[in-house]
Structure formats: C-alpha cells, structure tokens
Design a protein around this ligand. Sequence first.
Ligand SMILES: C[S@@+](CC[C@H](N)C(=O)[O-])C[C@H]1O[C@@H](n2cnc3c(N)ncnc32)[C@H](O)[C@@H]1O
Length: 417
Amino acid sequence: MKKDIKKLTDQFFAVCPIGLEEILAEELQNMKISEFEIRKGGIQFSCSNFKAIELILTTRIASRVYKQLFQFEIQNEKNLYHHAKDIKWKSILTPDETFKITTIQNRSQDGKKWSGFKSPLFLSQTLKDALVDNLRNKYGERPSVDKDRPDVSIILHVEPVNDPESKKEMATISVDMCGFSLHERAYRKSRTFEAPLKENLAAGIIKLTGYTDQVLIDPMCGSGTLLIEAMLIRANIPASFMRLRDYHPDHREWDFQRHTYLTKDKYLLRDLDKLIKDLQKQVDIGFTNLKKLKNQFIANDNSNDSIKQFILNLRELGLVSIVQIENQDAADFAPSNIENAIVVTNPPYGDRLGDKKELEELYYKFGENLKANYKTCDAYILAGEKEHLKKISLRTSKKFVLYNGGIETRLAKYELY
Ligand SMILES: C[S@@+](CC[C@H](N)C(=O)[O-])C[C@H]1O[C@@H](n2cnc3c(N)ncnc32)[C@H](O)[C@@H]1O
C-alpha cells in the first residue's frame, strides 16, 4: 500500500440531526468514550470496536456510525483512482459480496472552504473502478453492486484541507456499521401517517426538555413519536429494542455483523454476545416497569386517523393501556392533575395553500390555552415557521434550532406560571 495512505484504527464518525450534537456527545460521555470532537451534524470519535457497536445498539440520537479505514489526500479523480487501487480491499470485502459506494462532500474542518469536486457520483464511480480493478487482479472476479441492501456499504468523504493555499482535499474511506438509518426503530406500524418526526429527532427533543419522570403531555400527538420515545427514555429501554428482541447471530440486523473486524475476532464476538444478552434483559425489565405506570402520559389529537395510527404503534409495543388518549381541539384541550408536567408538541407545518391563516390561529389559540390551563408546566413547541411562534403571546425562555431532515425548525420553551 502507498506510504501516503494512512490506515486508521479505532476512528469512527457518528451522524446525527443538526442541533443534537451536544446530546449525542452526552451519550458518548455516559459510555465513557472521552476522545471525541463535535462537528456539524455529527461527532468524530475514537474508541474500541466494541464501544462503537455498543453505541449503535443503544444510541437514541445517532442515525449512522461509520468506521473509518483509510485516509489520503487527493487533488483530482485520477489521484483518487491511483490511491484507492492500492488499498487492501480484501480486508473489507470479497468478490462474492455485494457493495455500494456513497460519496459525501463536506466543508473543510475550519469551515472556510467547500469541497471543490463537481460530481459526487463521478467520485463514487472512480472509487468503484479502483475497488473492482484491485479485486479482479487479486481473485480474477469482481464483487457486484447492490444499491438497496449491499453486504458492505462504503462511504467516501471528501473535504478540503485547512490550508487556504492548497487545492488538496482529504479523502476518507469508511464502512457504514449500521446499514440503515438508526432512527428506524421498527415500532412504527403507521406507514400512512403523513408527517411523523424521525424517532431520533423526537428522542433528542425529549432529552432537550430535561424529561426524567414528570407527567408528559402531547396535545397534537399525531402518531405519537414524542410520547413513545419519552416512554423508552423513562424506562431506560435501548432504542434498538425491536432488533435486539429479534437478534440471531446468523441473521443480519446491523451491517457490522458481516464485517471482518467482528467476524474474525472471537473475543469481540464473545463480548458482543454478552452485551446483547444484557441489553435484552434491560429491554424486558424496562417494558415490565413501563406497563406499571399510570397517569404519566397524556395524548391528544383532533384527527381520528392520527389517533388510530398512534394506537396501532402502541399496540405493537403492548403499551395502549398506559396512555390517556383524547380527541379534542388542542385550543381547548385541558387535562387535569398536570402540575409541573412537561408539554411537548409538534403542530402541523402547513404546506397547503390557505394553511397560513389557519395555522397562525391555531398557534395563537393554543398559546392562550397554555397560559390559562397549564400553569406550573414547561411547554416545548417544535415549529417549522418562525412566524407561527410569534403568534404565541408567551415569553420564550429558550430556543433551539433543529433540523428535521432538510427543514430548519425551532423548538421554543415556555415556562408557565
Ligand atoms: C406534524 S403532526 C405531529 C406529528 C407527531 N409528532 C408524530 O411524530 O407523529 C401534527 C398533528 O397535529 C394534529 N392537529 C392539527 N390541528 C390540531 C388541532 N387543532 N388540535 C389537535 N390536533 C391538531 C394533526 O392531526 C397532526 O396529527
């Protein structure tokens, strides 16, 4: 392998929704991962393979975890090909495995320059050619591409080096240890519901409210993602509980199960087996405790369809009986016995023409309702439009900017007294 290709060990990158980096950092700290650097939309960190796998199995916030393998500087696609052709690809995949390559272009680490390559697709294509040529030379046959669920998902990151005079970019080659976005917890039965929050964003919002064991109310609950994520947090149930329950070593849930750093390390396999068993126990204890809770979760929505979707999700989890569910206008909804409760909700964004006035009215009336009927509570509203929040005549005590996919949203906090 060329000398200027750096082989990386114990280096990882966890991706998360923009705005939740600090919450993800707390998760790392709780796991005693202390070497990390916060970037926009994720965290670069260093730890053992075991710790990285533990993060994947337990994180509520990360959407992916990449294991970084090789790094080198490039100036053009030709450089990329020549360096990449020299990599020991056989340590990553064999000709009988399928693969996919995704290129992600970033800003330089000092934030001053964007990656100058015109086409991420062309970079992926170039890297694919180098990989295929390398393995064909070695084995006489090549692995094939599978865009949907490949055995190995390879990520190429390119970002300009910090030097403003240099045209060079740093190329990092990683494998996706997950194989799907970790926000897909798999408890959602409601495929038809229109605007659910991603589960990791919902969990992050609950964390930002400082929720521990207060009564939790969502007056516009939709399919109930905020409440369900709060239940999991309350009962300390790992976010990947559905996959942990289904786990079998021969069946792939996460991509790391197929990667050689795991399959060739009998000690890591043994430790993983123990970790899975411990987490499975934690899931069982969590659900047993959760089912004993009464009057702790209150949901409301004015749409019958939304409530049906929420109930479908709760049924999947065996948790229908622990939620009080109402079907009223949020402008009037006023539950009793809610002292010091947390109200958290995500009203509609409004894409339809004519929505604007209707939504402004909803925000205004909901704000008035909070003022009158939710004294002693803290309320958190996630809004897609700044203008909507202005209709609430309450003083904002905190604001967080969060990204829901590509949409910039604001989470506003109101202290009601
Ligand atoms: C963006 S969705 C909430 C999504 C939810 N957080 C989830 O993850 O599934 C907004 C919800 O507000 C409800 N809604 C709209 N206007 C309402 C009103 N006046 N009163 C109560 N609910 C309302 C809609 O039916 C919809 O379910």
